[in-house]
Design a protein around this ligand. Structure first.
Ligand code: G6P
Length: 598
């Protein structure tokens, strides 16, 4: 949700900022811009479109620049256009800013500035920040930055340049991430660690309300009262290989191929002699009566999948979208814990939902893929997934890693509650089997199916029980990246409404991996076929059913964890369909990977 980058140092600020923007592009790609100090003045270039358009516009420009800020945008206030692209300059061009987040009180602030005669050049909320800084009466730049925290409501990560303070950058953050990178060639600011790989050896995760001041020589941190703070740097442990596309045509393809590894690495983490589950207090687990799982998008779907596994282990689980949890009436449940799932650990709705749970003293566990994330900092307990950096907007390997970690957690809870030896749990062997089968999975049939699906107007996915959860995720993948209308349904619910939409132009993909529910799903297949739709069946069972137009075979594994396998061809189906339609699966229309605004 918008990417910010800043650089001060001996290298070309233009190259460093443009490189960083390319890495941050997954956060938004409707416009991009850069502003650098050039001979004492601001040089500003910003363009509607992807970072590549900005790179082109910068050719031959910004020749000898060593300090600047850049931004890649996902529009919230104001359409994607040159004028609404960041950076923004204040009216008299004395301040330049980039912003990630939402300024909730911008209309009030803008109105009051306009009354003072300030003229605005964009429709964004962000521009008020530059104008406020220009109008500030504080005696130092640092105090002007500090004053922002008393004026702005909402979420913000802001990088600022002040005219006259060449080679200096100021930054402040609240509810949106910002990271400082340190290298022998200078200092960086970035919305995430990935953009700093290969550039810095160390990074510092800015804390809430922290203020940063970078000059030519060093970087200084202050708290909200401007008290100096020590900066804690972490060692950079990612490599260029971790974050590059390598020989793959798209990140999404690379990440689908990494699904087996994501599962393997997550099992290893969770199966270690001292594993993250063991940090959960035994008393808390023994007394546990109810779990609420909270997340957004794919992370929510992972929770839904795991909730079926939990139910089989007599653990009561509810799944709630974070955006709903935040605003629904809170009702206390005795001995409840909340589990928050998030690949990035930065999703605004999930962070706010966690804060609410904490306000009510509910123990909070996060399952995240990014160790440096905000959610990790806020939660009581952390269960890390080990999927490695996920860059494509549509989540794939993180989903498998999430359900792997959750299966382990549910087994652990079951064992503690039933006084069983957790180490005797055989989940690891079962997951090892899944990994082997996925490593050898052939996508031949999936390619054929993609050829059919690319022509479809609408696709329905159906399933019962845990297969419904898989169909939710499969459907989300397809609609996210192929622009084909797709819905998932409980197979038994079809006849209560959606059947009215089924005709010969419809494709229905039925997922059926649970023996006890297979015949029931089959009934739905016959009902669909009778209305002329094309039916695709995804199953591990050997079947020969006339009503089925195509069978996507799954390798067999323990039924309880079949979701790990069933989703795999569906992830690839979405990818192949998008590619066949000539779309960029890594950067789907209107979406962004890390949704750091409400
Ligand atoms: C965005 C992404 C989805 C992702 C969701 C939750 O909508 O496009 O792919 O599932 O956010 O993200 P999180 O980082 O919290 O898992």
């Amino acid at each position: 949700m918008c990417g910010i980058i800043g650089y001060v140092g001996s290298k070309s600020a233009k190259e460093e900022i443009l490189d960083g923007l390319k890495m941050l592009e997954y956060r938004g790609y409707d416009s991009a811009g850069i502003c650098c100090f050039e001979k004492g003045k601001f040089s500003l270039i910003k363009k509607k479109g992807k970072v590549a358009t900005l790179v082109e516009a910068c050719q031959g420009q910004l020749k000898d620049v060593h300090c600047g800020i850049g931004h890649t945008r996902w529009a919230t206030h104001g359409d994607p256009s040159d004028k609404n692209a960041h950076p923004f300059l204040s009216e008299n061009n004395s301040v330049a800013i980039v912003h990630n987040g939402i300024i909730e009180n911008f209309e009030v602030l803008k109105g009051s500035l306009q009354k003072q005669g300030v003229r605005f050049r964009s429709d964004t909320d962000s521009e008020v920040i530059a104008q406020l800084l220009q109008k500030s009466k504080c005696e130092s730049e640092l105090k002007k930055v500090q004053e922002l925290s008393t004026l702005l409501k909402g979420s913000y990560a802001i990088a600022i340049l002040f005219k006259g303070l060449e080679n200096q950058i100021f930054a402040i953050r609240k509810n949106s991430p910002l990271i400082v990178g340190k290298s022998k060639d200078g200092f960086y600011l970035s919305s995430d660690v990935n953009a700093l790989v290969d550039k810095t050896d160390e990074y510092h995760i800015m804390e809430e309300n922290e203020i940063i001041w970078i000059d030519n020589n060093d970087c200084y941190a202050f708290d909200e009262h401007l008290q100096a703070k020590e900066i804690v740097y972490n060692k950079m442990n990612l490599t260029k290989q971790d974050i590059s596309r390598g020989a793959f045509e798209h990140y999404m393809l690379k990440e689908i191929m990494q699904v087996p590894n994501a599962i393997k690495n997550t099992i290893q983490e969770c199966d270690a002699v001292i594993n993250p589950y063991m940090k959960l207090p035994r008393e808390m687990i023994k007394e546990l009566r109810h779990i609420t799982i909270i997340g957004c998008g794919t992370a929510y779907n992972a929770g839904l999948t795991a909730s079926h596994y939990a139910r089989e282990r007599e653990i009561l689980v509810d799944c709630v979208y974070a955006s709903e949890y935040r605003y629904r009436k809170f009702l206390p449940i005795e001995n409840e814990i909340c589990i928050f799932i998030s690949q990035s650990g930065e999703t605004a709705d999930t962070i706010e939902a966690l804060k609410i749970a904490k306000e009510h003293s509910i123990p909070t566990i996060v399952v995240t893929n990014v160790a440096s994330s905000t959610l990790n900092k806020l939660a009581d307990f952390i269960i890390p997934t080990k999927a490695g950096p996920e860059i494509a907007v549509a989540s794939t390997k993180a989903y498998n890693a999430q359900i792997t970690a959750l299966y382990g957690l549910m087994d652990y809870i079951y064992c503690i509650k039933h006084k069983l030896n957790c180490r005797s749990c055989i989940l690891k062997d079962k997951l090892d089997d899944v990994v082997k089968k996925l490593e050898h999975y052939s996508f031949k049939k999936v390619n054929e199916l993609a050829d059919i699906i690319k022509e479809s107007e609408r696709v329905f996915y159906i399933g019962r029980g845990v297969d419904y959860a898989t169909s939710q995720e499969a459907s989300l993948k397809l609609k996210e990246i192929s622009n084909i209308h797709s819905e998932s349904l409980y197979a038994g619910e079809l006849k209560h409404g959606t059947l009215a939409l089924i005709d010969e132009h419809t494709t229905v993909i039925a997922i059926a991996t649970q023996k006890s529910l297979f015949d029931k799903t089959l009934n739905s297949i016959y009902e669909i076929k009778a209305r002329g739709a094309r039916v695709i069946l995804v199953t591990q069972f050997e079947v020969d059913i006339e009503a089925v137009d195509m069978l996507i075979d799954l390798p067999c594994t323990d039924q309880a964890i079949m979701a790990e396998i069933a989703i795999y061809p569906m992830q690839m189906l979405a990818y192949k369909t998008a590619v066949l339609k000539g779309l960029d699966p890594d950067k789907p229309r209107n979406l962004a990977k890390s949704v750091t605004v409400e």
